[in-house]
Structure formats: C-alpha cells, structure tokens
Ligand binder design. Structure first.
Ligand code: ADP
Ligand code: MG
Length: 483
C-alpha cells in the first residue's frame, strides 16, 4: 500500500514519530506515598514531597519501577540495568519543585519494537526508541473564579512513562494503528488503563514531510493529542499544511503546535525548546537506579500473553482469519470470552457468533462484553443446540435475540417456545407431500427446467413448520419427490 501523498509538485512522504505519555497504574506516586486515585477533592492527595516542601527527599516507588520494566518487556525492548533520574528544570505554577524529575540520557528502557496492524491486513514494525519514567505535574484550574487561577496538586508526582517511537510511522493510518496497538499492549499488561478521555494516555505527534529518498524534513510537534481520532485528524491537517507551505515557497519551522478539535486545525503554540533549555542534570537526591537480573526475571514471569501472541495463536490453533483474530483480541476480556465459547466447540462457529451476533448487538447498545446479558457458557449452550441438530442456525438467531433480552439459557427458551427442530422424516414427508400437491403449476415448471423453483418449495415447507424442519431432511425429501 502506498503511503505517499500527492502534492502539486509530485508525491510526498509523511514521516511521523510519537512520544506517548502513559500514566502508570500504581496506588501511590513515583517518589511519595500519596494516593493516585482519580477524582478526589483537590489537594487532598498531596504529600510534603509532592508539595516540594524544603528538605523533603524523594523515595523511589519500587512498584512503579516494576511497571516500567513490565512495559519495556511488553514492548520487546532492552531493559537498562543502570538508569539515572535527572532534573528537567522549568517554571510552571503547577510544578512546585521548579523542576520535573525525569530521565534524560540514561532511561530505564532502551530500544525495542512493536507490530502494528494495517487495514489491508498487512503488519509493520515500528521501532521504540526508549521509555523513561518521570513525574506528572499538577493541574492549573482557570475556570472556577473570574479573576483567579487555582492549582490542584493531586496529580503532582504521579508516575508517567514516556514512550518514544522511531520516526518509522508513515501517515495518519499508521499513526492511529500505532497508538491503538500501544494502548492495547499497555492495557493487556495492566500498566496503564489507556483512558484517553481522563488523560491517562496522551500523545505528542511529530510530523514532517519529504520527497521520497530525501533526508528527514523539519518536523512540527503537535502536543497532547488526546484521542485516536484526533491523531488522525491532526496528522491529516498538519501534512496538508506543511506540503502547501513548502510548495508555496515557504519553510516548515521546528515548533510546538496545538491541535484545536473545535476548529479542526493545528496552530503554533511556542518555538521548539531544546534540551539545553531545560538544564538537565542528574538529580542529586536520587542514586542511579540499578536493576538486578532477579527483579527483571521476576517481572518477566508476570507477563501475560500479549495481543500479537494471542492473535497468532488464534490464527494457527483455531484457523481464524487475521481479521477475525484482530477483532477478538482488541480487548483481553473479549478474547477470554471467545475462548470460553470456543472451548470444546467449533472455533470458527464460535468466532462467528461472538463477532457477528454478540458484538453486533453489544456495540449497538454500547455495552461492554463483561456486562453482556448472554454469558459465554450460555452462548456455548446455544451453539451446542445447533451442533446436535436440536435447532437450525436460523432459529438460533431468534433464540439468541430472546437470550439477550431475558438472560435465559438457550435450552429453556427452545423448550418454552417449542422451537425444537423437526427431524422426524415421516412428519416432514407429510408436509412435503402436501406442499407438492398444493402447487401443481410450480411442480410442472420445475420439472420442465426451472431449477430456481426448488427454493420456493423449501420455503413453503419451512413456512408450514415455522422454520423448525431440519433443512437437510427437507432438501433430501424434496429432491427425491420432485425428480
Ligand atoms: P525531542 O525530545 O526534542 O522532542 P527527539 O529527537 O527525542 O526530540 O524526538 C522526538 C520524536 O520525534 C521521536 O518520536 C522521533 O521519532 C520524532 N522525530 C524526530 N525527527 C523527526 C522528523 N524529522 N519527522 C518526524 N518525526 C521526527
Ligand atoms: Mg519531545
């Protein structure tokens, strides 16, 4: 698939690298014991360390470190046994220390890669440059008072992972696929909840364009893009802006831009700051972080099966298409549900029911699979009734709708409504005979070569039996009697 964009002077290649901030799932902050719970009253979760009182010393939270290691392993990345916390100095009212404790030239996680899934079924590898741990800042609140601003420090000091990609991403589709995949991996790992609306995950998107084969162009960095959809729109806008600018004789300046979702445009926020603007230096309050082999191995043992492994297993073990496998692994809970249904049953049939029927109606009603009124065991029970010929696949769809409405088991509904399939050949034969006798004209037409009328006869028999006749038996009897 070509990812080139047509301009007036020919084709352009889009180059993107992303920096994603992901809030670590952990009860307490990176360097203090204060709670990280979302939604508490302002300034109720602030320790003396988070408020930067003089003389307070940061104490590194081991569990947050383990979460970063786990994430690094899940991103197939190098874990650095030696890393260093550094002060990144800048002034901001919601940053009481006057600096952020971050990592600079020696991050906890180094190079790695992840695989992204593209719409045409292709996959592509995107390089991970690094992952480092850092503190989040507090929040300035400007909309509570006509002339004053407030500061809420609850978020101050919460652990963030910044995950930086190589400039391997080409275009908006790959950018959204990358963000979606990254989010999926973090959610599987349980290291970040990926909740972009609450700000637990946000992306800085670096975009540049070049003529194929040229060196990298100058990039603009779009800050704090907070949904997958916004990434797509911001990239599309920014690419068009840069191409028009260059083709009009202008130059892209390296700067930080903001995505305005209301106007659907990016606009300049500030000129790009350089690393030296931050006067990074190793934080003298913290020793270098040394990770033991035992700790890394302990964390490695807690790794769950990750999305790509699950996908490959679904394709190989169950014979599913890559597309179906992707739908099923999109959420871990969804994959677990499918596996419960598929256990001891035909996996493709189970996948069809989960994807087409169950997810169809759940999505329509905005319900999570964990809250599904039809549980995995119940859907399995329905499939069993099809397999042992108790009901036809067609009747099963009605039964499923009833199960969804009432939460009852399939067998109970079939019993209650008398939906059992009629497989008794004698009973079906009587109906077949009656249908043939009632339609002499069609019988004659069929016999003179209008083969399509066969479907008419099947339909009539099904109608007479309210769809309960075993289709195979009906077909066989009709063939015999009409020949
Ligand atoms: P900084 O930390 O100053 O923002 P980095 O060199 O760490 O700069 O790069 C940040 C991100 O920008 C990375 O994801 C990287 O892949 C991406 N990037 C670097 N150069 C380009 C470019 N020319 N076009 C697009 N993305 C780029
Ligand atoms: Mg940056």
């Amino acid at each position: 698939m070509s990812t080139l964009v047509q301009g007036e002077t020919g084709q352009w290649e889009v180059v993107i690298g992303m920096e994603v901030h992901a809030q670590v799932i952990e009860e307490s902050k990176l360097f203090s014991g204060a709670s990280t719970k979302f939604g508490a009253e302002p300034n109720t979760q602030v320790s003396l360390v988070d408020a930067a009182m003089p003389g307070m010393l940061p104490v590194l939270n081991e569990r947050a470190v383990e979460q970063a290691v786990k994430t690094g392993l899940g991103l197939n990345s190098q874990i650095n046994k030696h890393s260093v916390f550094a002060r990144k100095n800048y002034f901001y009212p919601d940053l009481p220390q006057g600096y952020q404790i971050s990592q600079y030239d020696q991050p906890i996680v180094g190079k790695g890669k992840i695989e992204i899934d593209l719409k045409d079924g292709q996959t592509k590898e995107i390089g991970i440059t690094r992952l480092h741990l850092e503190q989040d800042a507090g929040k300035s609140v400007h909309d509570q008072h006509p002339s004053k601003s407030y500061v809420d420090l609850n978020r101050s000091g919460c652990a963030l992972m910044e995950i930086v990609s190589e400039p391997d991403i080409r275009g908006a589709e790959e950018a959204t696929a990358y963000l979606s995949k990254l989010r999926m991996i973090l959610r599987y790992l349980g290291t970040c909840d990926g909740n972009m609306e609450e700000g637990s995950m946000r992306a800085d998107v670096n975009v540049s364009v070049r003529k194929p084969g040229d060196n990298l162009g100058t990039r603009a960095e779009i800050k704090n893009v907070n949904s997958v959809k916004a990434v797509q729109m911001a990239v599309e806008y920014e690419v068009a802006r840069q191409i028009a600018l260059i083709e009009g004789g202008g130059k892209v300046v390296q700067e930080t831009r903001l995505w305005d979702p209301d106007k659907g445009e990016t606009r300049s926020m500030r000129s790009k700051e350089e690393a030296h603007d931050y006067r990074y230096f190793p934080d003298p309050d913290l020793l270098p972080l040394e990770l033991s082999e035992e700790l890394i191995e302990k964390v490695r043992k807690t790794l769950p099966e990750l999305p790509d492994q699950k996908k490959h297993r679904f394709v190989e073990k169950f014979g599913l298409s890559g597309y179906d496998a992707n739908v099923l692994i999109a959420e871990k809970e969804r994959a677990d549900y499918f596996e419960d249904v598929a256990k001891g049953r035909d996996a493709k049939q189970a996948a069809n029911w989960v994807i087409n029927e169950l997810l169809g109606i759940l999505n329509k009603n905005g319900i999570e699979i964990t809250d599904s009124p039809v549980k995995a065991a119940q859907l399995g029970g329905l499939i069993d009734l099809i397999t042992d010929n108790t009901i036809s696949g067609k009747i099963a769809k009605d039964v499923f709708a009833e199960m969804y409405k009432t939460g009852k088991d399939a067998a109970a509904i079939v019993e209650e409504k008398g939906l059992k399939q009629v497989t008794d050949t004698g009973a079906i034969e009587k109906i077949v005979d009656a249908v043939i006798a009632a339609n002499p004209d069609n019988v004659a037409a069929y016999k003179s070569g209008k083969d399509k009328l066969f479907g008419f006869f099947v339909g009539q028999v099904m109608k007479e039996t309210q769809g309960k006749a075993n289709p195979a038996v009906v077909n066989e009897l009709l063939k015999k009697k009409l020949s």
